[in-house]
Write a protein that binds this ligand. Structure first.
Ligand SMILES: Nc1ncnc2c1ncn2[C@@H]1O[C@H](COP(=O)(O)OP(=O)(O)OP(=O)(O)O)[C@@H](O)[C@H]1O
Ligand SMILES: [Mg+2]
Length: 589
């Protein structure tokens, strides 16, 4: 979605395809309008025949016809609602899917700049507002206008004066409802939504941090915050409901005036003997019928405002382009990969100058199969280095090559199948064990999964899991986010790596301490992991450093030392041997 009027673009892409449904909807609505106009005519005939002393039989026929017309009208209304909703939702589901995919493809800097709540509001809230708009707006506005005009024409055919009076009244009512009264409640409901979004944001954040909140005794703070949000919510809701009531009373008042007008005219014309009593009722009934289209027109205008705002935000989102353009598809070789950083500097803020650089002038080379240990204090840029290797971001200057291919030349998906990052905090999904390991790839069979789990020492853990009801095996057990210890989570992440079999594994070691048994498992798993792959370990433990061929020490984004581990360890003047002497764990933990 690059150019053109956003409405035309959205309409073409998501609505125009469904012209058949739209045509059906229009037909249904027109038919139901015709029947609605017919109903009162039957009533008038009934009243006049009854006063004229008609036979019971013909009265019964009229009554039955009236009931029949009313029933069919209801059926048509229900049917048209169904078709309308169906149209709106099919159109917007496609839009919702496109938006979600678009967001998933956007780079991390986009996602870091927004809360997940905001994205949910964009993809769900805004699109829902549009669904209402698409499913109803055009058809409803046209339908209601036709109904309005139809009523006025039918009345004018009965009596021109009555038609004129009712037309004047309708113009006056539409003007009031579409003008000064339209926004009475909207503004306040808008505020309610803002306040409730803030409240859910507050709740979400506090629930996510429940462990820390309890351990630091901050429950009172949370309860106070909740009470504060609730008060704000109550205040804004009360205002909105008051405003809604005012609007409702005004509407009732306006139509009371309308009824008075139609009764007045009816009585006058009847006293002149121009119309029958049945026609007086007819006038009254048609006046009442004006109420619905006028109110609905007002509501459609509200919807339209909301939709206009949503279309603006959706278009903006669709026009946001990723900062990581897809490469031309240079193939990254398979097997253990050579890694090369060529004078790489990087800042998270685009266009930042020298002061904001998180990595400065980094150059390094790893031969296929080598293992590099990266050391450095917290905040020195180690994780950033790893993110650049997976092309979550592009370097501000310099180049990064995997197997001799510049990352910007390869396809993104190719980079991420050849290089894998095991991050500091492993994300577990609320899904079965199987999916948590295969990352929802159904082509991986159970045997492969269990053999990998055995290989990294999680076989015992798997067998000890409770079987889910009716499930074939432990792999079907539901997992909860946070249901594993830090060490187990790391091992599970290793299992994911084995199944994908990349040529480069980057391991951002958790800095928390592990119990000796888990540590042994992890050591063995890392051995297997690095056996025929290139490895980069962001190391926090001595045992991990000892397995590395090369060592690199970062300080404030700069390399302060790099070389072969054995050589650096033997050189008493090196930073590395100093670190070994003072105790790595104390310095880096
Ligand atoms: N998404 C981000 N946006 C902006 N700045 C960031 C972002 N992530 C990290 N930084 C900054 O970049 C610097 C390096 O962070 P990085 O996460 O690479 O450090 P680290 O060496 O991995 O630290 P640790 O040992 O604590 O994991 C820090 O100053 C940090 O504040
Ligand atoms: Mg880090």
């Amino acid at each position: 979605m690059r150019a053109g009027n956003p409405y035309v673009v959205l309409f073409r892409r998501y609505v125009a395809r469904q012209w058949r449904g739209t045509a059906l909807l229009a037909a249904l609505i027109l038919a139901s309008i015709g029947l609605q106009l017919l109903g009162p005519q039957l009533l008038r005939a009934f009243i006049d025949s009854a006063i004229g002393g008609a036979a019971l039989e013909s009265l019964a026929t009229l009554a039955l016809a009236f009931v029949g017309v009313a029933l069919v009208t209801q059926v048509l209304t229900a049917w048209s609602q169904y078709v309308g909703e169906d149209l709106g939702w099919s159109a917007t589901n496609a839009l919702r899917a496109d938006l979600a995919l678009h967001c998933l493809r956007l780079d991390l800097s986009f996602h870091k700049a927004r809360t997940s709540g905001e994205l949910i509001e964009r993809i769900d809230g805004d699109v829902t507002a549009l669904a209402a708009f698409f499913s109803r707006f055009v058809v409803n506005v046209l339908g209601n206008l036709v109904l309005l005009v139809g009523v006025l024409v039918v009345v004018a055919r009965e009596d021109l004066r009555a038609g004129l009076a009712l037309t004047l009244f309708a113009v006056f009512a539409v003007f009031l409802m579409a003008g000064p009264l339209r926004n009475i409640a909207v503004r306040y409901w808008h505020r309610v939504r803002e306040v409730s979004a803030q409240m859910y944001g507050f709740l979400g954040e506090r629930l996510a941090g429940t462990e820390d909140i309890r351990s630091s005794g901050a429950e009172t703070h949370v309860m106070d915050g909740l009470a504060w949000h609730h008060r704000a919510w109550l205040r804004s809701r009360r205002k909105a409901v008051y405003a809604g009531t005012v609007l409702f009373s005004m509407t009732v008042l306006i139509f009371a005036v309308g009824n008075a007008v139609s009764f007045g005219i009816g009585a006058y014309l009847w006293s002149l003997g121009v119309i029958t009593l049945g026609t007086v009722y007819l006038l009254f009934h048609y006046t009442d019928m004006l109420r619905r289209p006028i109110e609905q027109l007002r509501r459609e205008l509200e919807d339209m405002q909301r939709a206009v705002a949503s279309v603006g935000r959706i278009t903006e989102l669709l026009r946001t382009e990723t900062r990581l353009p897809e490469g031309r598809g240079a193939p990254i070789p398979t097997g253990a990969l050579a890694v090369e950083f060529d004078r790489v500097s990087f800042a998270y803020e685009p266009g930042a100058d020298g002061d904001d650089l998180v990595l400065r002038d980094i150059s390094l080379r790893l031969a296929p199969g080598e293992v590099l240990g990266v050391l450095g204090r917290t905040g020195s840029g180690k994780t950033t280095l790893a993110r650049l290797l997976l092309r979550f971001y592009d370097p501000t200057s310099g180049a990064i090559r995997l197997g001799g291919i510049d990352l910007r030349e390869a396809r993104l998906a190719d980079v991420r199948t050849h290089a894998t990052l095991v991050s500091q905090d492993v994300q577990l999904f609320h899904a079965r064990v199987r999916e948590n390991i295969t990352f929802f790839d159904p082509t991986i069979d159970d045997e492969r999964i269990t053999s990998v789990l055995d290989r990294i020492g999680l076989g015992g853990w798997l067998r000890a899991l409770p079987r889910a009801d009716g499930a074939d095996g432990a792999l079907d057990t539901q997992m909860l986010a946070g249901g594993l210890s830090a060490g187990e989570a790391q091992l599970l992440a290793f299992a994911r790596v084995f199944l994908r079999d990349p040529g480069l594994v980057i391991l951002d070691e958790a800095s928390s301490r592990l119990d000796p048994a888990t540590e042994r498992h992890i050591e063995r798993a890392i051995d297997a992991l690095f056996a025929d792959r290139t490895g980069i370990v962001i190391a926090h433990r001595l045992a991990t450093v000892q397995r590395c061929d090369r060592v690199l020490i970062l300080e404030e984004g700069r390399i302060v030392e790099q070389g072969l581990r054995a050589a650096l360890a033997q050189d008493p003047s090196s930073r590395f041997s100093e670190l070994l002497r003072t105790g790595l764990e104390q310095v880096l933990a």
